[in-house]
Write a protein that binds this ligand. Structure first.
Ligand code: ADP
Length: 262
């Protein structure tokens, strides 16, 4: 769990997402950010929390994340058993924005737990305490979800999805993406453009059947390696190509392609 809204995060707008979010926040409707990994979803929510001057609590969900992890549990402290609020309960009580990153990865009881918070009731039932708490007026639930049109990704039920206002994130258009790389890493503009060209070339190679393709995050990593002095080709091989696949033939083909373009 991270709590951080102190530093103004850099976020390059790609559409009307900030406007939509502000309106959704003013009605406190739950918000869903859809899109592949590394497309700026988390950065966007950090930026919005800062803009709205709200505390942000982030939980990265994984297959073991349960409602107990979010709501809270009894822990043994010395000779006593004491109750400890989980991040969801803290956010509900204090009026923070709770960001459930990759919500579909979590165990199904998480969806059940947030149910009454996502409709007009705005309340949280804590079964272990037998209490129900009303959400603080500033509380808002935000989740991210990777729709993953290929295998291996978990789905979100339509009945859950329809409790959220949603927007789609994708790779920014070339100019914006190059700008992000330059701003994030101080890399030369010409190098930023080359990295974006490589990414777009690989993104269009759908026949490779990659589960996930080159994200802005991978490009930022490559740019950081280049910025710190690693030879450009090595930076691209290790930060862009290697994380994408373990298929040696594909790696070789992509490395060759990158060498021609960097
Ligand atoms: P996601 O949550 O979608 O997996 P992140 O928000 O963690 O992705 O983005 C990954 C990285 O890509 C960020 O750390 C940032 O460097 C960069 N990034 C992507 N999109 C943007 C954007 N629109 N503005 C600024 N940085 C961005």
């Amino acid at each position: 769990m991270d709590i951080d809204t102190q530093v103004a995060p850099y976020y390059r707008a790609v559409g009307k997402e900030a406007e939509i979010f502000k309106h959704t926040y003013s009605s406190r409707i739950p918000f869903l950010l859809k899109g592949p990994t590394g497309t700026g979803k988390s950065r966007f929510i950090e930026f919005m929390a800062h803009e709205l001057n709200q505390q942000l609590i982030t939980v990265s969900c994984h297959e073991e994340t349960s409602s107990t992890d979010l709501i809270g549990r009894y822990i043994i402290k010395g000779a006593e058993t004491v109750w400890m609020d989980g991040p969801l309960t803290i956010a509900v009580k204090t009026g923070a924005i709770l960001y459930l990153d990759e919500i579909a990865e979590a165990r199904p009881d998480v969806i059940v737990a947030i149910h009454s918070l996502t409709d007009h009731r705005r309340e949280l039932f804590i079964d272990k305490l037998g209490t129900t708490i009303k959400a603080h007026p500033h509380f808002m639930l935000v989740a991210s979800f990777n729709p993953g049109y290929q295998r291996g990704f978990k789905e979100l039920k339509p009945s859950t999805r329809q409790r959220f206002v949603a927007i789609s994130f994708n790779y920014p258009e070339a100019k914006a993406e190059a700008e992000i790389l330059a701003k994030e890493t101080n890399i030369l503009e010409a190098d930023a453009k080359k990295l974006v060209n490589i990414a777009n070339k690989i993104r269009n190679l759908t026949e490779l059947g990659l589960t996930e393709t080159v994200s802005t995050r991978l490009l930022v990593d490559a740019a950081k390696l280049m910025r710190s002095g690693l030879p450009k080709r090595l930076a691209v091989h290790s930060a862009v190509v290697e994380p994408l696949t373990d298929d040696l033939e594909v790696i070789e083909a992509l490395n060759d392609l990158c060498d021609l373009m960097i």
